[in-house]
Design a binder for this molecule. Structure first.
Ligand code: URA
Length: 194
């Protein structure tokens, strides 16, 4: 079976999932977006209103900024990046995911990683960071650093675009400026993949 078919099987299981209460309030599961055969995976937090409506990750304002960030180094979700979230269902009012929701959803994320075996994983925001790296340090401390990830991958925590939307400065040292440094490092590593 191909990567696409394996992912489709997991998506079909996810559609039926009722392991946590978010199953009752979701409009759609948001399983993934972008290219299934990519060497680069981005893990976000959880679907918001528009994602829940459309069944696609990162389609709201934060997603539009994410697309611009990728485009600034010539990357795009159409050809380079597989995008998914820690949670596949929207938490009401976009609250932070509860630990039991993360635990219930974890098998889907693990399956996505195992099937895709990405070479680079971007941990977008604090929820993805704490799901994948066992640490008490926060995103501000760890962003831009490389960590060993599953299946020989490299993982980098990066700021969440929603955070950048709330912090508009582009001055040296600002969150946007730091994101620009990080995405350039990601592009360099992506270009160096054999
Ligand atoms: N924020 C996320 O973390 N994921 C989405 O899909 C949308 C907004």
């Amino acid at each position: 079976m191909s990567v696409e078919e394996d992912l489709e099987d997991v998506k079909n299981l996810c559609e039926l999932c009722d392991k946590c209460s978010l199953a009752q309030s979701r409009t759609n599961i948001v399983f993934s977006g972008g290219v299934p055969n990519s060497k680069l995976m981005l893990i976000g937090e959880a679907p918001g209103y528009y994602e829940d409506q459309q069944g696609e990750p990162f389609v709201g304002k934060a997603g539009q900024l994410l697309d611009k960030i990728f485009a600034s180094v010539g990357l795009s979700r159409k050809k380079d990046v597989y995008i998914c979230n820690t949670l596949k269902c929207r938490p009401p009012n976009n609250r932070d995911p509860y630990p039991e929701e993360k635990a219930a959803c974890r098998a889907f994320l693990d399956a996505q990683i195992e099937i895709l075996k990405p070479r680079i994983i971007l941990l977008c925001g604090k929820v993805a960071l704490s799901s994948m790296i066992n640490t008490t340090s926060g995103i501000t401390r760890l962003r831009g650093q490389w960590f060993d990830g599953p299946f020989g991958s490299k993982m980098m925590p990066i700021f969440h675009p929603s955070y950048l939307l709330r912090n508009d400065s582009r001055e040296k040292g600002s969150p946007k400026w730091l994101m620009w440094q990080d995405i350039q490092a990601v592009k360099k590593a992506y270009d160096e993949l054999s």
